[in-house]
Design a protein around this ligand. Structure first.
Ligand code: CA
Length: 752
């Protein structure tokens, strides 16, 4: 060890080290503390079994930790924070480890991004992998690159017998699975990894494929076994895309995890003989919350609990797929020998059997059982959809609430019963022994993550902060914005305001007038939403007459640069007028690389705009990326709009996203789409929108409504509207030879 041995704490206490590092460094004084990259490298090079390398508290920028060495089972080589949580790794810092019996504890990655493929990697090169090693008590939070489209992962596990536990992963916002178990070489297969007691915190909607929270394997090696144990983790609003966990390998065990209000499903996408048991799904009736999707052979799905799941199709509460017999490795294998028993599926919208059945996916489930399950919906609706012959599943001893009109007769007992919530928080039927076990221990949010770490509270909502009263005058609004904090309200008293500068919104802010606050603005936009920003407007009249004679003005626009954080726009009781000083004057326009969770217009009037009301078509690459998840228009009136009321574009053919959604009710649109620069030739253009719902609207004297279906089974419903002097609605199926699936009914059409 020579002259650098002082940098290593000779740790007699190795066995107890994880939770006693504070004591450890105190006893040894500061002599053993490492605080720079060179000393760290030296210490690692010299470390042997039982040594503890302690990083001094502080912030390290661009520190690439490469931990290699050979510890022993009871004497690992340890790298730890002096005080857990007080060692901050920022900039382009990362951790990679290889060797045997290594232990890392108490680090925090934030305010930066990984320079490579992963923040934490269980290998230091293609050939140098980690074995019997562990990362614990560590946090990665909002550690993102500048571009949403840049691909990376936060944790990549390689090697065998590794553990990742009591960590927190929060706020991954760019493309790429949050955590993956890699199996790309034989040394990483049959790996016996354990992933447990982690907090998989909120992951915002990505708005494209590549937003999985945990993936085990890839389709390439999917007929190999991984043997990874995933237990006692808490998935909190893991909303990235339609797969929360994508198990793509064999013999995994996924048990006793809790999925709270997370969009998507636990999917057994590839691989056989995986066990999914004791998991709890609380959908809280949120859109697209799903449960378990069963594919492949030998799966055991038992003793799981699902409640309040609203997901549809492949994203339902319980989905058993059809497959392709002897199909290629990257497609769906049929379900064979599945055991599906003692699951509780309560107040959930969809149970799908034979999902995906088509001329290619004709392989129905075989030699499988569905027994002892409990299905309950208080309103008595039948939540089963059966797409194909289900004679390969034997149904027995399932109990279903007696008011249900059940298609499957055999193997289901209809009974009257009531449900009572037990001490573990789950609902059980009185006096019946079916469904999830009574002794199921539910993993709670407090049971997971580093014990030193306080999980972040939710971001400030509109109106949650202070109110700043503003009077008409030069610069008063800008001054108030400068002073405002997240969630604050700028209250405009009656009068005329002229805003001379762009108002940059980088936090949730509300601008509220009483209906007599009039705003004009002198720049090409009034508001620009930037990272972290969300905008609420109410009771305002916004006039475009002072804006520059400039093509492409927008009252509200997003940052021209990629925004990592999703945003919201909520406009009510507000009038936009005289947006016609030049051609292409929009109310709202989104830039490429930005994503709205929600855009909502209620009781809004737009009169005389030369551009679009909502321009949401910046993602034209057909990569399956789009600009907004929910677009909702209620009780609003639009008159003389040069281009479209909304242009929403979601190209690409993959089926990894739930949105975009477009809803318009109780509104009117007239004289729209006639500007000579309106390339689309429509008054409302919805391309690749997944859910469209239009009802109770009056649309008159405008260019046609144009709808293009691109992927999946989009749900388009246009019903109960009045069309006056309107051409036919144009619906195109771009990737299907079949008749379009749009439901256009009960509308009234008049010539004038
Ligand atoms: Ca995916």
């Amino acid at each position: 060890m020579g002259d650098i041995s002082f940098k290593i704490i000779p740790a007699v206490m190795a066995a107890a080290m994880v939770f006693s590092l504070q004591a450890c460094s105190a006893e040894n004084g500061s002599a053993g503390l490492i605080d720079d990259a060179e000393a760290l490298r030296d210490a690692i090079a010299a470390a042997g079994p039982g040594d503890v390398i302690t990083l001094a508290n502080g912030t390290y920028t661009d520190l690439e930790i490469v931990l290699t060495g050979t510890g022993e089972e009871d004497n690992p080589i340890t790298l730890a924070a002096q005080d857990a949580g007080k060692v901050i790794l920022s900039g382009e810092s990362s951790l990679s480890l290889s060797g045997e019996h290594l232990l890392v504890s108490g680090l925090t990655f934030k305010d930066g991004q990984t320079p490579g493929k992963a923040v934490i990697s269980y290998r230091t090169s293609k050939d140098d992998l980690a074995y019997n090693s562990r990362v614990t008590q560590t946090v990665i939070e909002n550690y993102n690159p500048a571009l949403r489209s840049e691909v990376d992962s936060w944790v990549l596990m390689y090697g065998k017998n590794n553990r990742f536990d009591h960590n927190a992963l929060i706020g991954k916002r760019n493309t790429g699975v949050t955590m993956a178990v890699r199996m790309n070489t034989p040394e990483s297969r049959e790996n016996n990894h354990r992933i447990d007691h982690n907090y998989f915190g909120p992951r915002q909607i990505l708005g494209s494929n590549g937003g999985e929270t945990l993936r085990i394997g890839t389709s390439h090696y999917s007929r190999s076994d991984s043997g990874t144990l995933v237990e006692n983790n808490y998935f909190d609003r893991a909303d990235g895309e339609l797969e929360i966990i994508s198990s793509k390998s064999g013999k995994n065990v996924i048990r006793n995890n809790t999925f709270y209000k997370s969009r998507g499903t636990l999917t057994m996408r590839h691989g056989n003989n995986t066990t999914v048991t004791g998991n709890v799904f609380f959908g809280e009736n949120a859109d697209h919350t799903g449960g378990i999707r069963v594919i492949n052979a030998g799966q055991n799905v038992s003793g799981n609990y699902m409640e309040g799941l609203k997901g549809t199709r492949f994203g339902g509460a319980f989905v058993v797929m059809n497959g392709i017999p002897n199909g290629p490795i990257n497609r769906y294998d049929p379900v064979i020998d599945a055991v599906m028993e003692n699951n509780s599926i309560i107040e959930s919208d969809n149970i799908q059997l034979g999902a995906g059945s088509d001329p290619e996916r004709f392989g129905t489930p075989k030699n499988s059982t569905f027994t002892g399950n409990l299905i309950y919906n208080s309103d008595g609706r039948d939540t089963f959809t059966i797409y194909d012959d289900m004679s390969g599943i034997s149904f027995a001893d399932n109990v279903i609430s007696d008011n249900t009109d059940q298609k499957l007769k055999d193997g289901f007992i209809k009974k009257p019963f009531t449900l009572t919530r037990a001490a573990n928080g789950l609902l059980y039927p009185n006096a019946l022994q079916v469904g999830a076990p009574r002794d199921l221990v539910v993993t709670q949010k407090d049971d997971v993550g580093p014990d030193w770490y306080v999980k972040p509270s939710d971001i400030a909502g509109f109106g949650s902060g202070k109110t700043h009263a503003v009077s008409p005058g030069n610069g008063t609004v800008l001054e108030a914005v400068k002073a405002a904090k997240a969630g604050d309200v700028i209250a405009l008293s009656p009068g005329d305001y002229t805003v001379t500068r762009l108002i940059k919104i980088d936090k949730p802010l509300s601008f509220i007038g009483g209906g007599a606050a009039n705003i004009a603005f002198e720049r090409s936009a009034l508001f620009q939403i930037e990272d972290g920003g969300s905008l609420q407007l109410s009771g305002l009249t916004i006039n475009g007459r002072e804006a520059p004679d400039n093509e492409g003005n927008s009252v509200i626009r997003t940052s021209p640069y990629s925004m990592m954080q999703n945003y919201r726009v909520d406009i009510s009781d507000t009038v936009f007028e005289d947006l016609d000083i030049n051609r292409s004057f929009n109310v709202f326009s989104a830039s490429k690389g930005t994503f709205a969770d929600d855009i909502r217009l209620k009781n809004v009037t737009v009169k005389d705009a030369t551009g679009h009301v909502l321009m949401l078509d910046a993602e034209v690459d057909d990569y399956g990326i789009y600009n907004a998840e929910y677009v909702t228009i209620e009780d609003s009136n639009f008159e003389n709009i040069g281009k479209t009321l909304a242009t929403v574009y979601r190209g690409g053919r993959d089926e990894s996203t739930f949105g975009p959604h477009f809803k318009m009710t109780g509104s009117s649109l007239s004289k729209a789409g006639f500007h000579s620069r309106n390339k689309s030739g429509g008054s409302l253009v919805l391309h690749g929108v997944q859910v469209t719902d239009m009802s109770g609207n009056v649309i008159s004297g405008s260019k046609p409504i144009k709808i293009n279906h691109t992927v999946g089974e989009p749900k388009t419903k246009i019903s109960g509207n009045t069309f006056i002097a309107m051409p036919q609605i144009e619906v195109k199926e771009l990737n299907s030879e079949f008749e379009n699936t749009a439901v256009i009914e009960n509308n009234e059409s008049r010539k004038q």
